[in-house]
Design a binder for this molecule. Structure first.
Ligand code: SF4
Length: 707
């Protein structure tokens, strides 16, 4: 069984990174002693990597288990018309079938009838190649990725306020050295445990931690102050804090005058949210609001960090904007050890959107509707800019269009049957397609619906870069020989492109792809042109933007100027509005969803790891004892949670750590406990992020099965 030895990294261990979350913890892999098989590896601490300094959570520690051929696909599968079943096929047959189906669909219904859906776990090289494949080979505008579900509201707010979107504008280690952190809607004790040490160090050095979360999570337990607002009201909470900042004379007028625009309008919007009104909206008492504001302002430096809580809302962009306004009004931005940052979620959610698999973007964070950007990227690709399609639909809108005007889909590294909002509807849309091809490591719930399944290599079996939550570009290196029968995603795209008339332009060597990506990104907002595999290895990652060498990279953004045209940050006036769906007589409770320590996202990989399944075997419904009493429910009783979109059944987990008006479900599982059967796809008007974090439900106690 793979394990952490606790030893220093020895030769011939290979330095690489965890396949899961955006912390991208460094680790090393070496052949497991006594196994006699090169493909069986164990994890060794890599203490020199600065982000996690050797620490790993259980998901990372057990990640090698998914390399085992017993749990994964090792040969292509093709659905046979006579049996209707997926059955083994050769690579030639499988790729031929995909190429024919994509071509036939485009010929019959137009190029936009072919959709492409990517994933936030794909390396930069794969995301880049997938975006290029969609726009150059398929000529479709219909491409997006599941990272849209992850942090796109923070990205939109970042762009509005600062003119640039990078998760954290500073290294994570700065968090330990600031004076006060407000952590909004993040349970990093479970989602990225090695990052908790920075908050522990913050507190050990006298800093303060404020956690805002409707639940008393393991992270909230560490806080000096925990505020538990009603789900979907943290925009009002941020406005209330800004109101108090003004009322108590804590505004940094000098900073505002020197480095920002738009304060009068933002100030007026905040002053319309007086504390007692905010208490009524959020349920957070005024004295707690005042205490939070004073903690934040009393510290010489402070930060606000947000995660999925405030972002996955139909007003996520405005909510993050309100927190940014708080930072700007108090001079907590563009200064060392102060600022706003987003704790991005998926392993390469950041890089995935920088390099072209997002519906509206080209490599280098260029905009697809910008003629100069189109000309630059088309020049690198050797095509006429006029042949590039325009922006397409966002992720949910694309999935919702399947079987309508989008009739065939190529999907890589995503499992929307579990992870999309209103998941039963999306599953029906996937089933209604004329054709779907899925490239994945395992037969996920989505792959099981495909017409062709392409088995691909994964993290430790391939080389490629990702960009972590700090904007640090890091290199995963091949440590394990993949099982015979699997190919890399780059080989898949190469094979398909060749069949569709593009013999050249889709290399299979990741470093060659990265070098092209560097050229495509040169001069863009996310400029990678000075980053090389060699530099990443020597420097423990390089922070973008990094134009041509000898540029040192940019660990800290905005210290001299913001990335707007005039170099000044922009306040964005925002006002509270309710969630798209509020509780009512029929659906009287809030549902909020999230993750648990031992599973990751849709669980496609982690649900195949025995140790993780023992720790987190299935879904549950967390509810307050008062609510349990009203329902007559005891611990473990099966509960049906019902929303306007569907129903999910899971055992009760009774806890005082949640508000009595709210239930929580983790979203990692398929089947009857699928939390996303309930969630609301109401979209943020700017980011097009669905409102995963709040919807209205009712809960019904069910009879326990006999025996
Ligand atoms: Fe992997 Fe994230 Fe756990 Fe680190 S914190 S080991 S990157 S899942």
């Amino acid at each position: 069984m793979p394990h952490v030895t606790g030893a220093m990294t020895p030769d011939p261990a290979v330095n690489t990174h965890c396949p899961y979350c955006s912390l991208q913890c460094g680790m090393a892999l070496r052949p497991a002693p006594g196994e006699g098989r090169a493909e069986v590896v164990e994890v060794v601490e890599r203490t020199a990597f600065p982000v996690n300094r050797g620490a790993l959570c259980g998901k990372g520690r057990t990640a090698p288990a998914v390399l085992s051929s017993q749990v994964r696909l090792t040969e292509p599968l093709v659905r046979r018309p006579d049996t209707g079943r997926l059955e083994p096929a050769t690579w030639e047959e499988a790729l031929d079938r995909v190429a024919e189906a994509l071509t036939g669909t485009a010929q019959a219904h137009g190029q936009d009838a072919v959709g492409v859906f990517g994933g936030g776990g794909l390396t930069n090289e794969k995301a880049y190649a997938l975006g290029k494949f969609a726009r150059v080979v398929l000529g479709t505008s219909q491409i997006d990725y599941n990272g849209r579900f992850c942090m796109s509201s923070a990205a939109a707010a970042h762009n509005k306020a600062f003119g640039l979107d990078r998760g954290l504008p500073f290294p994570l280690a700065d968090v330990a050295r600031t004076g006060c952190v407000i952590l909004v809607g993040s349970n990093l004790a479970e989602t990225m445990p090695p990052a908790l040490r920075y908050l522990t160090e913050l507190k050990e050095s006298g800093g303060k931690l404020i956690v805002i979360d409707p639940r008393r999570t393991r992270t909230a337990e560490q806080a000096d102050l925990h505020l538990a607002p009603r789900p979907g009201t943290d925009l009002a909470l941020a406005l209330g804090l800004l109101h108090l900042v003004v009322a108590e004379g804590r505004v940094d007028e000098e900073f505002i005058a020197r480095r920002t625009n738009g304060w009068p309008e933002a100030r007026a919007a905040a002053m319309a949210h007086w504390p007692e009104m905010v208490e009524r909206i959020t349920g957070v008492p005024v004295p707690e609001l005042r205490e939070a504001m004073r903690m934040f302002c009393d510290a010489e430096t402070s930060m606000v960090l947000t995660a999925r809580g405030p972002e996955q809302q139909s007003k996520g962009t405005d909510t993050v904007g309100a927190w940014i306004n708080l930072c700007l009004a108090t001079g907590r931005a563009g200064r060392p050890l102060s600022g706003y940052g987003c704790l991005t979620g998926q392993g390469n959610g950041q890089g995935g959107r920088e390099h072209g698999q997002k519906a509206d973007q080209l490599p280098g964070y260029r905009k697809l509707d910008d003629p100069a950007a189109r000309a630059h990227v088309a020049g690198v690709w050797g095509v006429d800019p006029d042949t590039l399609p325009g922006p397409g639909r966002s992720a949910y809108e694309l999935l919702d269009a399947l079987g309508g005007d989008v009739r065939a889909l190529l999907l890589m590294g995503s499992n929307p049957v579990v992870s999309a909002p209103r998941a039963a509807h999306i599953e029906a849309r996937l089933r209604s397609l004329d054709f779907m091809a899925v490239a994945d490591v395992v037969l996920s719930e989505t792959a099981a619906l495909a017409d062709v399944v392409l088995p691909v290599t994964q993290w430790a079996e391939e080389t490629g870069t990702t960009t972590n939550l700090e904007g640090r570009v890091i290199l995963r290196r091949t440590a394990v020989t993949p099982p015979p029968g699997v190919r890399s995603d780059l080989e898949v795209l190469h094979g398909l492109a060749a069949r569709l008339g593009w013999e050249k332009g889709f290399p299979t060597d990741p470093e060659e792809v990265f070098d092209e990506l560097r050229r495509a990104s040169a001069g863009g907002a996310a400029d990678y042109s000075g980053i090389t595999y060699r530099r990443i290895t020597e420097e423990d990652g390089v922070f973008w933007p990094c134009p041509e060498e000898p540029h040192p990279g940019t660990p800290r953004l905005f210290l001299d100027r913001f990335a707007t045209d005039d170099g000044r940050a922009r306040f964005v006036p925002v006002s509270h509005r309710p969630a798209a769906e509020e509780p009512d007589a029929e659906y009287p409770l809030f549902l909020t969803t999230g993750r648990v320590l031992s599973q990751y996202q849709s669980g496609a990989q982690t649900r195949r790891v025995e140790e993780l399944n023992r720790a987190a075997p299935g879904p549950f419904v967390q509810l307050h004892p008062q609510l349990a009493e009203r329902l007559g429910a005891a611990e473990g009783d099966p509960l049906a949670v019902v929303s306007r979109r569907g129903r999910a059944v899971a055992p009760a987990r009774i806890s005082r750590d949640i508000r009595p008006d709210t239930v929580f479900m983790p979203f990692h599982w398929a089947g009857e406990g699928r939390a996303n059967a309930l969630t609301n796809p109401a979209l943020d008007p700017v980011s097009r992020m669905p409102e995963f974090k709040v919807c209205a439900v009712r809960v019904e106690r069910m009879e326990r099965a006999p025996g």
